[in-house]
Design a protein around this ligand. Structure first.
Ligand code: TYD
Length: 209
């Protein structure tokens, strides 16, 4: 049986990484076969493209070039990592996927949603079974994000207005795809958030059996 493809989305600093780690622990403790991966990245070639994308000045790439780089990395990630794992029946836990391109490149940066959707159809064609969108006030999120100073802050550097647009985009997305996308209030105790996520996952897993 094909595995399940589960993605986590949200603006920078929404607490995604903590929640992915909690969810991973739950899946691992349940003895389920899984992989954890991320975008941009997740395969050797895609990780190389990642460093082009997340480092350097905001003006480094035009929105169009950026879209192409994200899709090049996504295609490699899908071919080498995601598809083989799904075909082997594993759960794929993925930090971001095409929804991030829909929001960051398509909506917040250039108004090019249709370009992103067309490229996705042409080159990827795979949608997650379940997507958790961690929702939080941008000012709070930005504080957390920049506080990390990871050296990968190119997108945080676009500032609060950009993150506000991105948040709106994610909210809209959750209404467009209400079955796949679950909106999670991320301004709560981490343990409450992760309980919520695990319950939603259990509902899906039961429905698939
Ligand atoms: P990520 O490593 O998830 O950063 P964070 O942990 O801060 O959320 O993603 C790196 C950046 O890349 C993030 O700011 C969002 C951006 N991004 C896009 O703009 N488009 C995309 O398609 C993806 C996958 C990420």
């Amino acid at each position: 049986m094909r595995g399940l493809f589960i993605t986590f989305e949200g603006i920078d600093g929404s607490g995604k990484t903590t929640q992915i780690n909690h969810f991973e622990k739950y899946i691992a403790d349940s003895g389920i076969d899984y992989i954890k991966t991320r975008e941009p990245g997740g395969s050797k070639g895609a990780e190389e493209i990642r460093s082009l994308l997340v480092k350097g000045k905001t003006s480094r790439w035009s929105p169009e070039t950026e879209i192409l780089l994200f899709f090049a990395s996504r295609r490699d990630h899908m071919e080498k990592t995601i598809t083989p794992a799904l075909e082997a029946g594993k759960i794929v836990i993925c930090d971001r996927f095409t929804d991030s391109s829909r929001i960051y490149q398509g909506l917040a940066r250039s108004g090019a949603v249709s370009k992103v959707d067309e490229l996705h159809k042409m080159m990827i064609g795979l949608e997650p079974d379940l997507t958790f969108i961690l929702d939080i006030e941008p000012r709070l999120a930005l504080k957390r994000g920049l506080a990390r100073m990871s050296g990968e802050d190119r997108f945080e550097d676009f500032g609060e207005e950009f993150q506000k647009k991105a948040r709106k985009g994610f909210l809209k997305l959750s209404k467009e795809f209400p079955i796949r996308c679950k909106l999670i209030n991320a301004d709560r105790e981490p343990s409450k958030i992760s309980k919520d996520i695990i319950n939603q996952y259990k509902n899906l897993a039961q429905a698939k059996i």
